[in-house]
Design a protein around this ligand. Structure first.
Ligand code: NAD
Length: 487
């Protein structure tokens, strides 16, 4: 267990802990053993309103948006320093309530959060409009330019699979653009977000710039419907994304959606198997498969299918399954009982529809929510294993005979988040990258997003892009100024 106390199970609003009680509470569980870590009050309308008004005051008083950009950037860098200084505590909390291996939260989640703040700190001073030459007026009689203004108060709503990383993917660009934020972390993983908000105050952020409200879907809904919210940045399931889109239509809030996926990993006949097999294994089993862009469908040449399955199965069997806080663990539990039951049901349904189970398929033990790395094989594109997002450590293998069929198999999904391609042929890689309908294509590598590279989904995997310069347009409004200077 931990040798430090978790942060209070309380909202963090206007730079301070808010101890308001709530008629509705729930328990956060440790997924490694089902024990209770804390009891969370669900923010009701008065609390949500308090957080939104605090964020609005911080915006309107210009405490944040009017601060010289480099000063804003320096504060964001100071927050990055504090994340690094508190990395061990943050990593421990991340592994405690999410269950992810501490070996990963130490080396990936927390360092990435610091890097994302540093990257976007650099943008604060570079978000600018343009001088434009009018096309219908002559020479120097008009001066026209655009301004990039913060979109306003941002509601950031995130899931539990990368609790801090996904929050920071929203907070860092929003703050760089001069917006203020109300964050609602996922119900299962609230603690690292609370620690971040406290660190922001220690870094010197004005009160109200970053607020955290706790709760479940109902709290998210109150936030989405609040008239003081100008922009919603959501990551989560496609189903919730659609509900949020409908709610946001009421007052046309700006909205970006990062949703689900059923991403293909494609192994070409010429692939280097020493790269492709461990790559395909990592692409699905890291974070227990709870990655939106996990390579959950493996598309392989029929003649190599058995060799590939044996290889993936061998690599998967070396992954030590255990509690996230054990430094030896490489695969933790899934997040909760509901998720465990949902994955097991989908495995059963896939088998009943004709998929072959070649590895795993069972819960491990009865304490905690551990699942065996699982491999299913199906050629039936209507099979649940081919179509549905499991969001767990389950790989579906589908063989192909003709390389001309690969893009069609890969694209036969209502998702389009990402794809992995393994090939030794540069031409094949470029041609297939152009044909596959997905927001990110990794070639001969897997699962490595970058703050400078846009990320987001085609089709029902989302709307808009996170990261890179492109995300900044979703946290700014463009204002055109057209000025007559006289003839
Ligand atoms: P979820 O949609 O159930 O919940 C996500 C968040 O939305 C939670 O904070 C939840 O409390 C909140 N919420 C629920 N109902 C709401 C409503 N009506 N209004 C406002 N907020 C509401 O998703 P989940 O089960 O926590 O996460 C798993 C899903 O997230 C998977 O589908 C996964 O693919 C997706 N995901 C996508 C990305 C991406 O970048 N595309 C990244 C991670 C996870």
């Amino acid at each position: 267990m931990t040798d430090f106390a978790l942060p209070p199970s309380a909202h963090f609003i206007n730079g301070e802990w808010n101890s308001s009680s709530s008629a509705t509470t729930y328990d956060v569980k440790n997924p490694a053993d089902g024990s209770t870590l804390g009891t969370i009050p669900c923010a009701d309308l008065p609390i949500v309103d308090h957080a939104v008004q605090s964020a609005k005051r911080a915006l309107i008083n210009k405490a944040w948006s009017d601060m010289p950009p480099l000063e804003r950037g320096m504060l964001m860098n100071r927050l990055a320093d504090l994340i690094s200084a508190n990395a061990e505590k943050l990593a421990t909390v991340e592994s405690l309530d999410n269950g992810k291996p501490i070996a990963f939260s130490r080396t990936l989640d927390i360092p990435l959060c610091a890097m994302w703040f540093r990257y976007f700190a650099g943008w604060t001073s570079k978000i600018s409009g343009q001088n434009l030459q009018p096309s219908l007026q002559s020479g120097g009689s008009f001066h026209c330019y655009t301004r990039k203004e913060p979109v306003g108060v941002v509601a950031a709503i995130v899931p539990w699979n990368f609790p801090l990383v996904l929050a920071v993917w929203k907070i860092a660009p929003a703050l760089a653009a001069g917006c203020t934020v109300v964050l609602k972390p996922a119900e299962d993983t609230p603690y690292s977000a609370l620690m971040l908000a406290e660190l922001a105050v220690e870094a010197g952020f004005p009160p109200g710039v970053l607020n955290v409200v706790l709760g479940q879907g109902d709290t998210g809904r109150l936030l989405v419907e609040h008239e003081g919210i100008n922009k919603i940045s959501f990551t989560g399931s496609t189903q919730t994304g659609k509900a949020i889109l409908r709610a946001a239509a009421n007052d046309l809030k700006r909205i970006t959606l990062e949703l689900g996926g059923k991403s293909p990993t494609i192994i070409m006949p010429d692939a280097n198997m020493d790269l492709a097999i461990p790559g395909a294994t990592q692409a699905i089993f890291v974070n227990s498969g709870q990655i939106c862009f996990a390579g959950s469908r493996l598309i392989v040449p029929r003649k190599s299918m058995n060799q590939i399955i044996d290889g993936v199965s061998t690599v998967a069997s070396t992954l030590k399954v255990g509690p996230g806080l054990d430094p030896e663990t490489l695969m933790g539990p899934v997040i909760n009982q509901k998720q465990l039951s949902s994955i097991l049901e989908k495995i059963e349904m896939s088998i009943s529809q004709g998929a072959a189970l070649v590895q795993g398929g069972n819960r491990i033990g009865s304490c905690g929510y551990f699942l065996e790395p699982t491999i299913l094989v199906t050629e039936d594109r209507n099979n649940t294993a081919f179509k549905d997002e499991f969001f767990g450590p389950v790989l579906t293998v589908t063989p192909y005979d003709d390389i001309d069929d690969i893009a069609d198999i890969a694209n036969d999904s209502y998702y389009g988040l990402a794809a992995h391609i393994f090939t030794e042929n540069l031409g094949t890689a470029h041609k297939l990258a152009a044909k596959v309908n997905a927001g990110t294509i990794w070639v001969n590598t897997q699962l490595n997003p970058d703050p400078n590279i846009p990320f987001g989904g085609f089709k029902q995997s989302g709307w808009g892009r996170e990261n890179g310069e492109e995300v900044l347009s979703s946290y700014t409004e463009t204002k055109s100024v057209i000025m007559y200077l006289g003839s």
